[in-house]
Design a protein. Sequence first.
Length: 353
Amino acid sequence: MMKSSIVRRSLLAVTALAMMGGIARAEDVSIDVGLEKPIVVKKGGLKRIALFIEMATNTAVQSTVTGAKEAAARHGIEVDVFDARFDIGRQVNQMQNALVGGYDAWIVAAIEGEQVCNMAASDAPNAGVPVAVVSMAICGRSTNEGEQMWAPGTLTYIGGNESPNSFKRVMQQMVVDHPGPQKIAALTGQPLHPITLAFDKALKEFLTENPQVTLVAEHRTDYSPEQCQQKVQTTLQATPDLSAIIGVYTNMSKGAVPAVDAAGLAGKVRLYEAGGTVWSVDALKSGAISATTGYYRGTAADTAVEALVKAFNGETVPRAVMNDGHPLIEGQQAGQVGIVTAANVDQYTPQSP
């Protein structure tokens, strides 16, 4: 009788605690996102994820969608994709709508890190929605490295292969291949895109450290190969003795290669990029480009889903996961992007077409 009474009192105490605002019930878990109060969710309650992407027609972004959906399918989770079509206003509006859409968690690939910061790192967690950020760091952290790419208010950041040091590594490959004086051109994306900010910081540092390298042109583009081709054609006309071109992504090389070929400069103007797509592998083997970087946006999205699943199960999740959550390739050191050349291309498996 006495034991039964104690049990009843214990159950009443647990019920009272559960009814108090902000206090987790026995079946709930608390998720630390670096704010004053944790996010409280139902244990194992991750059923719907909102995935925010930049543009669905971009090959790298397609890998993000594939990675997220394949990982979610393993756990019976639904993923709804919000395509912003490279319109930051649209992406912010999509996030506002998702807040009342009944989503348990978000995965964010941002177009512009500052304008989504409040939604992803404040409004979402305050509404009880954990956020995993992939590839592009938000809240002004795209020019940072390592754990400093994580934004308080979010669960985790997964990426690192689009940081300033990663872009600088492939720029340094230009000097390894050709140590002497040289003229180069650069192709980037939109001015305020997190990747562009990281690339610009890397380029500034690289040029300071390598005074023998002269930047003759830096073009902003919409990532389309057609526009990149036009920009390169203009640059080659103005600078026929150009030594190399560095692009922020494979699409820049896809435009640069036909422009270089048309100018009769194949083999004379070296091409360097980030992105490591299927196209890049073929281009390395044919000699059309000189180097690319390991890129694993599919793995990053997969890792983001797994991180959210762990968080909903009460497990600790790291603030940041580097190399997109992917194993290192031959010659790659921890904390550095993998440089892929003709010498080690057979060790690299691309995730984007």
